[in-house]
Ligand binder design. Structure first.
Ligand code: PRX
Length: 648
């Protein structure tokens, strides 16, 4: 039986950056990319040291890398502060009065904070943290809506050396409690509430519930956002605005060891129990800065909008640390993309002249479903670059994004990375790389990525296998908080000294990477191992399909039969005829082997709160099994109930 993953979907379209774009870009040709890439792989330490030198260090490192696999120390002996690099270093020049954050609340309020103003807010809040007992090394749990205070709280922790653990405001009290217990947080920062799809969310109430039965939290600092009634527990809970009256805006940035922990972020992906991914200061910041600068090719006049919530790693690296370290202006929006109408994003882009939009395939597929008329209402001509992250982007969704949002003129950076990698690892350079829809293209500088078989041998062009990274990089996770053994086993246990990402992928003859899905999701049909992403992309390329999720069902004859869950675009109707058409369509696009045996139409698919399809749950449904394992990250339980009732 074949050990590698077969890859049958062939995408032939190629899009080159315009001459104009290339000319203005930092990396303007493939020759330049290759030259720097090859040098960075021959001597990664030299490359990273040069990038790190562009940041402010309170004390320079004595050694770039200390690597005792799988444990890395970067910029050994160096002292640095992330908040100083995101703020103070911009204050002495023309960026002082440049917008750092432009924010819009869901109900419509607008706020702009210049670097000077943001610095001031961060210093005030850092002093509030200190006043409430937070010290260097303490863990602070942040549970806030997408408001500037979320960024302020993160940077204030970084300023005093407290370790933040941000919990997405859509998570429940159980999730907060688990994370408090695992991280040992002593302080919680929250708000009375937030706004989502016109509703007021009860954040403080969730924290109160989480703290029943959780020990160790001494103080809760509450920001007033919605002005709703909340319970204030005397001695424990304090108001942010009241505390601000007692402190000054003078708070020097604490000199921190390069390996001082910056944050813990819990991730479960789509399977398993959440793990606390630990990132440290100097290396992470260097990687955030370098990737932001080269991949988004940031310019002083850009308005950069990463739509991710700060509760995800994308919000850590590309709302907060990367763009601010690079002195960029970031757009931030609190609410839902379809509130009050499905054109909210497009209105924001037009209103603020957003130049770079970085979002997720799940959002793009929703936009496609809602229809072209919504973006058509607004002037999107300020956009010059688009980005995608979080899942493989189906080629048809890519084309739609390119044409309908990017007006055919904006390159798309499809960026592959993970909470664990901290920063973008595989991505186009927008002024250099010819783009192929659906491919994250080529590795970033210093990233030694490859595809191997089950024995760790590199496979040839167009053969599928496991995506690995062969050298340490500064932004890599340092451990799973409190569980070194799990860290070692999960990421470095399979091949010695090699990071295994858990994704299946292939490289084509040009060396481009195509991620075909999580290894756990790979299908095995009559001895052929197929990635879920390809079958799903084939379905999505049909004009009636909005979204698809493919899983295997045990089959006596074939090993696994292919079952596809499909949601339709607005206006399309589910029928047996359509199911037959879709099966045929997949047969034509990929080949008969990939034809779904069973197509089930659904209103919605089970997703994590960050928008990833939870194939594990769909698999349990088609197997008729009970839903087991961790479901705390599931976005909407009704979706599951609905799918199950159809199955009975
Ligand atoms: O399977 C890959 C998929 O998302 C996983 C990482 O998820 P998470 O830790 O939540 O981080 C998301 C934000 C970086 C990866 O293992 N993934 C992410 N980006 C891409 C992707 N798959 C294909 N193409 C991408 N661009």
């Amino acid at each position: 039986m074949s050990k590698t993953i077969e890859s049958l979907l062939v995408e032939k379209r190629v899009f080159k950056p315009s001459r104009e774009f290339s000319k203005a870009a930092r990396i303007g040709s493939m020759a330049e990319y290759r030259k720097i890439y090859e040098a960075s792989i021959r001597n990664p330490e030299k490359f990273w040291a040069a990038e790190a030198s562009e940041l402010v260090w309170q004390k320079r490192w004595s050694k770039v890398l200390d690597w005792k696999a799988p444990f890395a120390k970067w910029f050994v002996g160096g002292k640095i502060n992330a908040s100083e690099n995101c703020l103070d270093r911009h204050l002495s020049g023309p960026r002082r009065n440049k917008a750092a954050l432009i924010w819009e609340g869901e109900p419509g309020e607008r706020r702009t904070l210049t670097f000077h103003q943001l610095h001031r807010e961060v210093c005030v809040f850092a002093n509030i943290l200190k006043r409430n007992g937070a010290k260097k090394g303490d863990r602070v749990l942040i549970y806030l809506p997408m408001i500037p205070e979320a960024v302020v709280a993160m940077l204030a922790c970084a300023r005093i050396g407290a370790v933040h653990t941000v919990v997405f405001a859509g998570f429940s009290s159980d999730s907060i409690r688990d994370r408090i217990q695992d991280s040992g947080a002593t302080l919680v920062v929250t708000a009375d509430g937030g706004y989502r799809r016109g509703q007021v969310v009860t954040l403080k109430q969730n924290v109160d519930q989480a703290l029943e039965g959780a020990r160790g939290v001494k103080k809760v600092i509450v920001f007033r956002r919605t002005n709703q009634d909340i319970h204030i527990k005397p001695g424990r809970d304090v108001w942010w605005h009241r505390e601000a009256e007692y402190v000054t805006a003078d708070c020097p940035a604490e000199p921190l060891d390069s390996e001082h922990p910056l944050f813990i972020l819990y991730t479960s992906g789509s399977t398993g129990k959440p793990k606390g991914i630990l990132h440290t200061t100097g290396g992470y910041l260097t990687s955030c800065y370098a990737t932001s600068k080269y991949i988004f090719d940031l310019r002083e006049e850009d308005v950069f909008w990463c739509t991710a919530d700060v509760g995800w790693v994308t919000g850590h690296s590309y709302v907060t640390y990367g763009p601010l370290a690079a002195g960029a202006t970031c757009m931030m929006y609190e609410g839902a993309p379809n509130w009050p109408q499905p054109d909210r994003f497009w209105k924001i882009i037009a209103d603020y002249g957003v130049t770079i939009l970085y979002t997720a395939p799940t959002a793009i597929r929703a936009f496609i479903k809602w229809g072209k008329e919504w973006p058509a209402k607004h002037d999107l001509s300020s956009l010059r670059l688009l980005g995608s992250v979080g899942e493989p982007i189906n080629p048809e969704a890519w084309i739609w994004y390119h044409e309908t949002i990017g007006g055919g003129r904006c390159p798309i950076v499809d960026t592959w990375w993970q909470t664990e990698t901290g920063v973008i690892m595989i991505s186009p350079f927008p002024g250099a790389t010819p783009l192929k829809p659906g491919s994250a293209t080529l590795p970033f500088f210093g990233v030694d990525a490859a595809i191997v078989d089950d024995h760790g041998r590199e496979v040839g062009a167009d053969q599928g296998g496991k995506l690995i990274i062969r050298k340490p990089w500064p932004g890599m996770l340092r451990t799973i908080y409190g569980d070194k053994a799990r860290y070692r086993k999960q990421y470095w246990g399979e091949f010695k000294g090699v990071y295994v990402a858990g994704d299946g992928a292939r490289r084509d003859k040009d060396g481009y990477f195509w991620v075909v899905g999580r290894i756990d999701d790979v299908l095995n049909v009559a001895g052929h191992r197929l990635g879920t992403a390809e079958v799903e992309s084939a379905l999505v390329s049909h004009e009636t399909v909005a979204e698809a999720a493919v899983v295997g069902r045990p089959d006596e004859l074939k090993g696994q039969a292919v079952v596809a869950f499909v949601t339709l675009r607005e206006g399309a109707k589910a029928s047996k005829e359509l199911a037959d058409k879709l099966r045929k369509h997949v047969g034509t696009v990929i080949g008969p082997i990939a034809k779904p045996d069973d197509i089930r139409f659904a209103e919605a698919l089970p997703k994590t709160r960050s928008g990833k399809i939870m194939r594990r749950l769909l698999k349990q449904i088609v197997e008729g099994a009970n839903i087991t394992g961790d479901t705390t990250t599931l976005e909407d339980f009704r979706v599951l109930a609905e799918l199950r009732s159809r199955d009975d």
